[in-house]
Write a protein that binds this ligand. Sequence first.
Ligand code: ADP
Length: 451
Amino acid sequence: MLKVLFAASELTPIAKVGGLGDVAGALPKALRNLGVDIRIVIPQYRAISTPSKLPGSQVPVYYAKPGKYFDRDLIYGYPDDVERFTYFNKAVLELAKAEQFEPDIIHLNDYHTSLIPTLLKTRYASDPFFAQTRTLLTIHNLVNQGVADQDVLQTVGLNGSSTPNLGWDTRDGDVDLLLQGISEADLVVAVSPTYAKEILTPEYGAGLEGKLAERHGDLFGILNGIDTDSYNPATDPNIEVRYSLANLERRASNKHSLVQDLGFSNPEYPVMGMVSRLVEQKGLDLISEITKDLGKLPINMIFLGVGDKKYEQALSQAAQSYSNIKVRLKFDEAQARKIYAGSDFFLVPSRFEPSGLTQMIAMRYGSIPLVRKTGGLADTVFDNETGLVFEGYRSSQLLGVVQRAVQLFGDPKEVKRLQINGMKRDFSWSRSAQDYVNLYQRALKMPRKKL
Ligand code: ADP
């Protein structure tokens, strides 16, 4: 039986900030169903529940001791974040030993666990416990690289001269943890085929395109799935009325109660939702540019999210000026699901999008996504088939696609066609999980790389 240790900084439903948490909470379940002995390790943040199994599954979860780095209220957002997660890399390896779980593969996720391959090749190089262990790094987002003064390496007993890559990386005094993972992991996976190609270009590579190109032969794209048990309109306890393709007419009650709850004055308008971190990556700069135009369109907009103050303010201001724009500045899982179930359209105008989950959840719930053609959005939403797509990252194009949605709404047959197409798509993890198993097997056949 293949033994995999899945190391991450987030885990839905225990500690979620965004898509990484959702992946950590769903992919291991699918891998276990394929016969993989997979176990998850996350930090024990303050005030999280610590079940020994991932809820709704038999997947064991281990917790790195809270200590000074994790006994805190938030998952991210501290000045010493990079130091905290540098430490986490060592904690993961020590926990594997304490639990006597000798992994064939350590599955790393983002910068928070990217130093593990370096540790395996240095401090743990002669440790028989990890003699067979190979590593696979999944990149969920290339923008957060974990860059800090190289002094953080002391947390795990490394320094700038510990490896040639660290030496190269710390020429400017800073270490880049994600760069270390990209350079030293046995295999590297981006979370969609399109993003795997995009990150080789300067536009999307965030300065790491050169390093990624060096690993070209070991770089793959595997599309994320969603947890289709949890995101299921037929069973979701958070929504007003449950429904499926077999009784789609029931869905209307969810729109009705969403419109009532939010207090829209024109209930006959289409509802367009957005559930997102409010940051530039997600297209908030474009949205800010067109709030005046949105305010005049026959469409009800609801934005749910937290993020950069300037975008929170811009949206709040728009909501004050226009009665068809509502904003809820909070992280609220139940409200998010009410929006997926009650909206006619769902907006994802990202500048870049490694995979994106919200467009898949929206389609699962019968809300038609409006997306920009990039990354995982390009791999999951097809224009005039399952959604509406625009290409150029320009506010005029965004406004154009919203106007198309307003027009489409006048043709209920067409709305239904796109809606049904989306709901019929399979966004479960089963296929992508098998792709990961294939890569695990591939990694195991690779000769162990030395420094
Ligand atoms: P990212 O990981 O870049 O933030 P994804 O699309 O991969 O984006 O995943 C976002 C996840 O976080 C989805 O499950 C989405 O529903 C959820 N989410 C984002 N913002 C909020 C919010 N304010 N309240 C509830 N859920 C949210």
